[in-house]
Write a protein that binds this ligand. Structure first.
Ligand SMILES: Nc1ncnc2c1ncn2[C@@H]1O[C@H](COP(=O)(O)OP(=O)(O)OP(=O)(O)O)[C@@H](O)[C@H]1O
Length: 365
């Protein structure tokens, strides 16, 4: 169990983590979500004792990480898969970590097998692909057979098979009664992996609830309606009728209509009465990505500016744009627009020990 209580971290004038209180329970996978720069990695470093809180506290199994009697046996973490000695073989990298923590060498071969790196165990880690590096980082986290596991972006760089493997591994670890806390930007993957979510924005807690509740509270189911391609005027006519009946209607990129606020039978009846032929009338459940976008759209630090693409842009179907949210963060029912993430630049760092933090952590183990 991980418990954060009023946890805050300042870097100079920048408040990276702002009065966070949450609990990560054993037996389930808890997803840790937030836009770029929202404070996820900082929170993980605070949990692992790599940073001192400016205020508040965080404990693992009831005590601060640094007071754990045998930390590597109790907590495993993947923070930065690149934090390996490039010339060292995968096996020697793990052996060095094992020796520091009093873990028997045979455990190294076990975890190499678990992550599927046994055939390249004697190859230098510096030559590993991003995905192989992730697997090696996961092996290091599993080394001490810990009850609590933290993974920062574990599927980063993995191919679909690797992503499926990580999903199954996380779920299996949780099913064994372990505490599994995992951050990811891949919402579709998180929807399949996590049972519970902790969502932050600009360092503040935005949500702490089950995936199901999170989607139900932050996104709306909708219907897709499509008229025959050869009758585009019918789409415009049907959109007007649906709006008059109390529905909200937005154009989909493929020319279909996205309708919220009306049940499928009502849409069907209306189309039938008005003699509008339908080629599609299908129910759609809101996705985690949609719910996440709606909740966090006011919390994004890095946004792309509009690219007018003059001369390239397709005209809007029906000459309309989705309405802007009435208030920042209020969202727009049934609509979301992903923002292009902008990479953090080196000048946002103030020189704290972050780049080498994972390595320090590994060495401390
Ligand atoms: N050592 C540091 N010095 C100065 N600012 C920092 C430091 N570490 C983090 N920050 C700032 O704190 C904020 C939170 O950063 P953090 O890396 O925790 O976010 P994140 O949610 O993990 O982001 P991402 O999803 O991009 O990895 C950012 O604005 C970041 O620039």
């Amino acid at each position: 169990m991980i418990e954060a209580n009023g946890l805050s971290k300042w870097y100079g004038a920048k408040k990276a983590v702002d009065d966070l209180s949450f609990t990560v329970r054993p037996g389930v996978v808890t997803g840790f979500l937030g836009p770029n720069g929202s404070g996820k990695s900082t929170t993980m470093r605070l949990i692992l004792g790599l940073e001192q809180p400016s205020a508040g506290a965080v404990t693992v199994g009831g005590v601060p990480f640094r007071q754990l009697a045998n930390a590597p046996r109790e907590v495993g973490a993947l923070l930065d898969a690149k934090a390996v000695h490039r010339g060292r073989t995968a096996r020697n990298h793990l052996l060095a970590l094992a020796q520091l923590s009093g873990i028997p060498a045979r455990r190294v071969d076990e975890v190499l097998g678990v992550v599927g790196l046994q055939d390249v165990a004697r190859h230098p880690a510096g030559g590993f692909s991003l995905g192989m590096g992730q697997r090696l980082g996961i092996a290091a986290a599993l080394l001490g057979d810990p009850r609590v596991l933290l993974f920062d972006e574990p599927v980063n760089g993995l191919d679909p098979e690797g992503i499926l493997w990580v999903r199954r591994l996380m779920r299996a670890l949780a099913a064994e009664g372990r505490t599994v806390f995992v951050s990811s930007h891949l919402m579709s993957e998180m929807a399949l992996t996590a049972d519970h979510l902790v969502v932050i924005g600009r360092g503040r807690l935005l949500a702490d609830m089950s995936v199901r509740d999170f989607i139900a509270r932050n996104a709306t189911d909708f219907a897709r309606v499509r008229v025959p391609d050869h009758a585009p005027g019918d789409a415009e006519r049907l959109a007007g009728l649906l709006r008059a009946a109390g529905g909200q209607v937005l154009p989909e990129p493929d020319g279909a209509l996205r309708v919220t606020g009306l049940a499928l039978p009502a849409i069907s009846d209306l189309a039938h009465e008005e003699r509008v032929r339908l080629w599609e009338l299908s129910p759609h459940h809101a996705s985690l990505e949609e719910a996440y976008m709606r909740l966090t759209q006011a919390e994004v630090d890095y946004r792309s500016t509009a690219d007018s693409l003059e001369g390239f842009e397709e005209p809007d179907p029906f000459g309309e744009r989705p309405p802007e949210p009435a208030a920042p963060g209020a969202g727009q029912s049934g609509w979301y627009a992903p923002h292009t993430p902008y990479p953090r630049t080196a000048d946002t760092w103030t020189g704290d020990a972050v780049p080498g933090a994972a390595q320090e952590h590994e060495e401390a183990r």
